[in-house]
Design a protein around this ligand. Structure first.
Ligand code: GLY
Length: 353
């Protein structure tokens, strides 16, 4: 027996032993999958995903699997140098390095793949898809993720555009008066309007997809929090946090302050709320409420005691319904047989005032 077939044989024997009941009680029957009648494919995404949801639905209508359709949809945003929260042109970390995070999940197989702190590859969602399909792992990080991407033929390029580099330099110059970086204004020159705009800047695209058979797939991809500490990873590459799906229930995902989402396992919590019977919108709202309840330290609260940040959750269910909710008002993208559109999401608080 070759090493490989021997390994497979031993593994199969071990699995067999593990599932053989120690007593004569018959194993419980597997819960039947929920089947749905054929419906229009539907995709939900963050508001920067209007074109992405259109592409995802078009691909599903042509028979593409939801997870592949989700990755095909987000690719346009990853490739867009003008979206400075995702892929090419994403704002860098505090050292001026663009690092990307992404994960994908496939409902029918229950498998997922992810990459974190990936540099020089503009389509991390496609690398995450390869991790899911070509390895026995779920998450690859940093140099290991890059080596894996290289092995699969992904092309390396500098992801820092001139526009993103200028924003990073301005941030360096303006963030502190006690270092040696000086802004033109401090030297008496006319400067550009700025700073609050990029403080706590997060972006990201999440896309959840349901096809005509009610099979689901999902993807989240981002350059993460602008000017983050080197090594910081947000919720986007973490299955259960920035993205999750369950083929018997639906999809969930998030954008916004990743730290808040990680601390409540936002995407998995959203999907679990739908499994308990909530609609996609109500499930997202429950997750937002959980974030608000779990946010307790003063530095993260505003004068009214509300979370001083935005976080958004998106969901679809197997029946082809979509919804989204956030801490504060905003929009989300959705596409079904009526075409792509932006809609208001449900907000826990009416305004940030
Ligand atoms: N939600 C994206 C991030 O915080 O990195």
């Amino acid at each position: 027996m070759s090493d490989l077939s021997r390994r497979k044989f031993l593994r199969a024997a071990a699995v067999g032993a593990a599932v053989t009941p120690a007593c004569s009680v018959a194993p419980a029957a597997a819960a039947p999958s929920v089947r749905v009648r054929r419906q229009s494919p539907i995709a939900v995404a963050s508001s920067n995903g209007l074109e992405a949801v259109r592409i995802a639905v078009e691909r599903m209508q042509a028979g593409m699997r939801p997870v592949d359709a989700a990755v095909a949809g987000v690719e346009v945003v990853e490739n867009d140098p003008n979206d400075n929260s995702v892929g090419l042109g994403g704002l860098p970390n505090e050292r001026g390095i663009v690092t990307l995070d992404s994960c994908v999940m496939d409902g029918p197989s229950g498998l997922g793949g992810a990459v974190a702190h990936l540099q020089n590859i503009k389509n991390p969602a496609q690398v995450a898809l390869k991790v899911m399909r070509h390895t026995d792992h779920v998450l690859l990080v940093a140099e290991g993720a890059l080596e894996f991407a290289r092995a699969h033929g992904f092309r390396e390029q500098d992801l820092l555009t001139d526009a993103s580099r200028k924003i990073w330099l301005e941030w360096l110059e303006k963030r502190s008066s006690v270092d040696d970086w000086i802004s033109p204004e401090e030297n008496g020159e006319h400067g550009t309007e700025w700073f609050q705009k990029y403080k706590d800047k997060t972006g990201t695209i999440h896309l959840g997809a349901v096809d005509a058979n009610g099979d689901v797939g999902s993807c989240t991809t981002t350059s993460g929090l602008a000017f983050k500490l080197n090594g910081r990873v947000g919720d986007s590459p973490l299955l259960g946090c920035g993205n999750y799906c369950d083929n018997d229930v639906g999809t969930g995902g998030s954008t916004g302050r990743g730290e808040a989402c990680i601390l409540v396992n936002g995407a998995a919590f959203t999907v679990h709320q739908m499994a308990l019977g909530k609609s996609p919108t109500d499930a997202c709202l429950e997750t937002v409420k959980r974030v608000a309840r779990m946010t307790r330290v003063a530095r993260l609260l505003d004068a009214k005691g509300r979370p001083d940040f935005q976080v958004k959750f998106y969901a679809t269910d197997k029946r082809g319904r979509a919804g989204a909710a956030a801490m504060y008002p905003g929009k989300f993208a959705v596409c079904d047989d009526s075409g792509p559109r932006l809609e208001d999401l449900a907000a826990l608080f009416d305004s940030r005032d």
